[in-house]
Design a protein. Structure first.
Length: 773
């Protein structure tokens, strides 16, 4: 559409330009440019044409007017005597004067023997033909008539050309120029006068100087003479290019010189200018928007270029070109380009404004509402509900695969959400989304809906070449609250879901307190290491057959000065979320290794390692350093790794594990059987030990549960891996596991997690009591 308008405007501009050119409104500019061009390439006259002027001096000398024709007779005689070639009178002899004088002149003409010519003026007879003001018949019998008409440019009333002949009822009359110059080449019916001829070099004589013999006849010999009125008072004047006002005979002499020089000029008028402008317009229309400065420069350069071309055309190609239309055309085009540019900028500003408005209420990458956009929606009078959704593991992904991959993942997630057809979707935080809608008061329905969404949207996402398993968790809230409050509640519920390691959590007022506590712990954890509030407990691990102490698992405790003892189950996920687990993990490894280096050589220390540590720190270097500092042999360190959904880059975990194995460190799967990963994962990684999760150990309610336990132990045995049963709380369980072939046991039955001093006491005690056979 825009393009059509552009074409329309340019065509209109070209039409205006044509109108300007044809109406003569550009004439003044053309006149100046044309004159300037003529002045640059002056042409020398032939020197064979002489103008004898009835000038003011002659008029003064003679004293009367009109002159008796006897004077013309004498002049003619004198010229013929001097041996001139031709004499053409640009004087009106169409009416009779006194008979005697006319007879004298007739005689002189006769004496001239056909080398004298008399002016004839053609004019419209008003009936479509031409009538001539011819010389009197008695003169015409002796001297041929020559046409002295010139043609004026209608736009500026300046002489520019003359017809080479004209015909009336009495026959054809050739022009004075044609008669005197007698060109040997074909001449067009109308000839452009070449006003570049240097008229200062044209020989001009005073009538009376010639008449009274004051001119050397030798000068006149062989010349062609034009006699005519040169004095202002005689009013035989024309406006001409470059030279301004010229008398009739001078104009005729210039025409004669034009033909003598053999210069037939073609007048192309405005055509080249219009064509060039059209061409420029075409370029402007077809090129995609270039800078206005460039367009300006191009147009600026084309102005002198046009003039140079016009000059070249005139000097070398004998072409007369009116360049004003080109210049005006260029200006017009520049104006249009400016307007076009201005319009584009206006459109650009409008688009930017629209985008700004969009961005104020939307999230650009996903196109969903922003938090503010969701709040700004026209509010519903119904009670509202909000479900907050969060893909898990995005922080780890951001660290391992980069921001762009995560952004694309989130955009994909947003699109899936949209496809599911939920209205009023928003991205309320970098990786938190929300959907809002009317609440029908059915809490069960809302919970089912949240569960449905997390199930539908959890799964594999393909981003670039990555195949990512993403788990979605949800927090929801509903009730007689305004939208901002509901959004806050849903977010609180989301945090709670994450802390509880559940997928969906509905907001309850207790969550606020939990949230507060969560925030508090989050804030205080960093200072806890430095403040010495963290300490390590050790829970003994027993060889089930001999019931001897073979090692201990390091378990962290936080003595919060105000909140009391805080479980690692609560603060470890927090440390994982904030990344503090990296520093914390390093500290535990160093402490545990140092402690264990003082134990008997048979004792292994087990340390829990979070999956985050695998992905964000150089775990191999950290472990190597801890071993080096403590002097603990690597085979006495066992790292416990839980199977986790938070593993976003299994390849990295795998390489690290193999490096640790090469180091000689032992590896165990913690909480085996509850995790997310497949048995293939388990098979392909270099684990030495399987820690059977407490839930399998403690729940022996059915024969099936026992069978499952037995199967896990058998599986590990076949894979040549040790088994550690966690959570043994009584002898019966210990005995059962022993029977089933489980290697080691750990649990309250043997000992709760204890400070290191207590562990050492137990060791001491053990060395004093004999082991079971
Ligand atoms: P886990 O590694 O599976 O540790 C075993 C948990 O079971 C410990 O809880 C321990 O106190 C408890 N437990 C041991 N025997 C019994 C029993 O007979 N009955 C019952 N009911 N529980 C028993 P704790 O110390 O609260 O630790 C919880 C979890 O916190 C650990 O589970 C581990 O995943 C994590 N954790 C603890 N310390 C650290 C640490 O230093 N680093 C890391 N990354 N995680 C740690
Ligand atoms: Mg453990
Ligand atoms: Mg465990």
């Amino acid at each position: 559409m825009r393009q059509i308008v552009r074409w329309g405007v340019v065509i209109a501009a070209l039409l205006v330009l044509i109108g300007l050119s044809l109406s003569g409104m550009l004439a003044s500019l053309d006149r100046r440019l044309g004159d300037w061009r003529l002045s640059l390439v002056p042409t020398q006259p032939s020197g064979t044409t002489v103008v004898v002027e009835i000038d003011s001096k002659s008029l003064a000398e003679v004293g009367v007017w009109p002159w008796p024709r006897t004077m013309h007779a004498s002049l003619l005689d004198r010229l013929m005597e001097a041996g001139v070639e031709d004499v053409a009178f640009d004087i009106d002899f169409s009416s009779a004067s006194d008979d005697w004088a006319d007879a004298q002149f007739t005689a002189a003409l006769e004496r001239a023997g056909g080398y004298a010519y008399l002016a004839a003026f053609g004019q419209d007879d008003g009936a479509g033909g031409t009538s001539f003001t011819r010389p009197l018949p008695q003169f015409a019998e002796q001297a041929d008539p020559v046409l002295v008409n010139v043609l004026l440019d209608p736009t500026n009333a300046r002489v520019h050309s003359l017809p080479m002949s004209a015909t009336d009822a009495f026959g054809e009359v050739p022009s004075l120029a044609l008669e005197l110059a007698r060109p040997e080449f074909p001449v067009p019916p109308v000839v452009e006068i070449d006003f570049s001829i240097d008229l200062s070099r044209l020989a001009r004589l005073s009538y009376t100087d010639v008449l009274y013999g004051r001119i050397d006849p030798a000068f006149l010999a062989g010349k062609q003479v034009i006699v005519g009125a040169g004095a202002i008072e005689l009013r035989d004047f024309f406006n001409t290019p470059l030279h301004g006002i010229l008398s009739g005979p001078i104009v005729q002499a210039t025409a004669v010189e034009t033909l003598k020089a053999g210069r037939i000029l073609s007048n192309w008028g405005h055509l080249p200018g219009l064509l060039l402008t059209s061409f420029g317009a075409l370029i402007l229309l077809l090129t995609r928007r270039s800078s206005i400065a460039f367009t300006g420069l191009a147009l600026l350069v084309s102005a002198p270029l046009t003039e140079a071309l016009a000059l070249f055309a005139y000097a070398k190609l004998d072409l007369i070109v009116h360049s004003a239309s080109m210049h005006v055309g260029l200006l017009l085009l520049f104006g249009l380009a400016l307007a076009d540019d201005g319009y584009s900028q206006l459109l650009g500003r409008r688009a930017a404004l629209r985008r700004l408005r969009f961005l104020a209420t939307h999230d650009a990458p996903t196109g969903l509402y922003s938090r503010q956009g969701l709040l700004d929606r026209p509010s519903s009078t119904h009670p509202q509900m909000v479900i907050a959704l969060q893909p898990q593991g995005t922080d780890e992904l951001r660290a391992t695969l980069g921001h762009d991959v995560v952004e694309r993942l989130l955009v994909q997630f947003a699109h899936r959400l949209e496809h599911a057809g939920f209205p009023s979707l928003a991205r309320i935080a970098p990786s938190t989304f929300a959907l809002a809608g009317d609440d029908n008061g059915d809490a069960d329905h809302l919970s089912k809906k949240a569960v449905y969404i997390t199930r539908e949207l959890s799964g594999i996402y393909h981003v670039d070449e990555h195949r990512l398993y993403v788990e979605i968790i949800a927090g929801y809230a509903a009730g007689p609250f305004d939208l901002p409050e509901l959004i806050n509640q849903a977010e609180t519920a989301l945090v709670q879901a994450r802390a509880n390691r559940t997928n969906v959590h509905g907001f309850s007022p207790a969550d606020h307190a939990a949230m507060e506590r969560h925030r508090r712990l989050d804030r205080d954890l960093r200072g806890a290491i430095a403040g010495g509030q963290l300490r390590l407990l050790y829970q003994p691990q027993i060889a089930l057959r001999t019931r001897k102490l073979v090692g201990a698992e390091t378990l962290m405790r936080w003595d919060h000065p105000e909140l009391g003892l805080i479980s690692p189950a609560e603060f470890i996920p927090l440390a994982e979320e904030t990344g503090l687990i990296i520093d914390l993990g390093r500290w535990i490894l160093e402490e545990a290794c140092l402690e264990a280096s003082r134990w008997p050589d048979s004792m292994v220390v087990a340390v829990n390692v979070s999956p985050i540590q695998f992905q964000h720190s150089d775990l191999v270097a950290v472990v190597t350093e801890a071993l080096r500092r403590s002097g603990l042999p690597p085979e006495r360190l066992e790292l416990e790794i839980t199977e986790s959904s938070r593993v976003t880059d299994p390849r990295l975990v795998s390489t690290t594990m193999w490096s640790l194995q090469r180091l000689g460190v032992r590896l165990s799967v913690d909480d085996f059987g509850t995790g997310y990963s497949s048995l293939i994962y388990f098979r392909d990684l270099p684990f030495d030990t399987v820690k059977i999760d407490q839930s399998f150990v403690r729940d022996r309610s059915s024969p099936d549960a026992e069978a499952l336990l037995a199967a896990i132990i058998e599986l590990a045995r076949r894979m040549r891996k040790h088994t550690v049963a966690e959570g043994i709380e009584d002898e019966a369980t210990a005995a059962l596991l022993e029977r089933q072939g489980c290697t080691y046991g750990q649990g309250y039955y043997f000992s709760r997690p204890v400070p290191v001093e207590q562990l050492l006491q137990m060791l001491e005690l053990e060395t004093k009591t004999p082991a079971r056979a």
